[in-house]
Ligand binder design. Structure first.
Ligand code: GCU
Length: 342
């Protein structure tokens, strides 16, 4: 099957994939079961991986004679962008992707990169758990060959760097890694810093080698991804809440029987339940480890100057991206209900 491939010209990721597929076959595992492959970029202790394990346990508990769920963590099959492509083509069946990575497939996803979109974590959760509304959003990538099946909490994002950041003025001249999303690039520029988009897996080395001065993410990036070893100042400006999405190949989902589909959907819902619980548990733990074992200083900044610098981005995006209007208004309604809650 692989006879004509020039192995030496093959990128490492494809090589790993080719070996996995060669060993296990494209769809079956030798026992006649259909292998279902899921890729994500986090470590095996991360809440998302634990959520995935629940997904595996539930599907195999119900349909174990037919499906073998295999999870590939740690960007093993490539960066998130690569994992999305593999899901699109059906080379794998599911992947976890930040909405920032989905912006190029459906304009509506750009909204989550808007800074200070949600007034509180409660408002954010209420929006994401409004499954009837979110179904419309989830369908938006069907044309691209994949669809979201559930969401995962990825916390609140703040800046962290090798030097302390107390105000946007401190960021002047700094180089900050952002996700590969135009809105996140605009955010960092609005703070007076230079934006350096790159994949998540490259961030540690880039900070370590001084290619960038810092990045922005949730607290788990300090511990699970070890960024706290190389960036010692984490400033709570709380600029974004960007969810992660479990995306599935549309043909795979459509070819499931109604009963199987319901089982996969329930597995997805349960994986979110586990992920959310684990997130809350691990967050405090991550802060303690970062502070006490890694020597990271957490800075409670005055958020106002950050918010002021970022707010013009709302009008900019609303003007150029009509696809976000409906969801933007929907979130404003939810924001009103949740006020300044948690
Ligand atoms: C978070 C998020 C990932 C994302 C990463 C990033 O860890 O959960 O999905 O890839 O941030 O900043 O790229």
């Amino acid at each position: 099957m692989f006879k004509k491939i020039h192995w030496r010209k093959m990128p490492a990721v494809l090589l790993v994939l080719a070996c996995i597929f060669a060993l296990t076959g494209c769809g079956g595992d030798g026992s006649g079961k259909r292998i279902v492959r899921i890729a994500h970029s986090q470590s095996e202790t991360h809440p998302q991986h634990l959520g995935m394990l629940k997904f595996e346990e539930y599907v195999e508990g119900k349909l174990g004679d037919k499906y073998d769920i295999q999870i590939f963590p740690n960007e093993l099959l490539g960066s998130t962008v690569k994992a999305i492509e593999l899901t699109q083509t059906g080379a794998i069946d599911f992947a976890v992707a930040a909405t920032a990575n989905l912006e190029t497939f459906a304009d509506v996803y750009e909204i989550f990169s808007l800074p200070y979109l949600f007034v509180s974590e409660d408002a954010y959760h209420a929006t994401m758990e409004d499954t009837d509304y979110m179904e419309k959003v989830y369908e938006s990538t069907d044309v691209a060959g994949f669809r979201c099946v559930t969401w995962y909490n990825a916390g609140t994002r703040s800046f962290y760097a090798t030097k302390p950041i107390n105000t946007p003025a401190d960021m002047k001249g700094m180089k900050i890694r952002v996700q590969q999303s135009p809105a996140s690039i605009a955010l960092v520029k609005a703070m007076g810093a230079a934006a350096s988009p790159m994949s998540f897996g490259e961030v540690y080395t880039a900070i370590q080698q001084g290619v960038i001065d810092g990045a922005e993410n949730n607290e788990l990036a300090l511990t699970n991804n070890k960024h706290g070893e190389v960036a010692k100042y984490y400033s709570y400006d709380k600029h974004q809440m960007i969810p992660d999405m479990l995306i599935g190949n549309v043909s795979f989902l459509n070819n499931l029987s109604a009963e199987e589909r319901a089982i996969f959907e329930e597995a997805a819902r349960l994986s979110t339940e586990v992920e959310l619980e684990e997130w809350d548990k691990q967050l405090e733990e991550a802060k303690n480890i970062a502070m006490n074992d890694m020597g990271v200083e957490f800075i409670d900044v005055d958020i106002e100057p950050f918010r002021e610098a970022a707010l013009p981005l709302h009008d900019d995006m609303l003007e150029r991206n009509p696809a976000i209007h409906d969801l933007y208004d929907h979130i404003q309604e939810i924001n009103k209900q949740y006020g300044e809650g948690k």
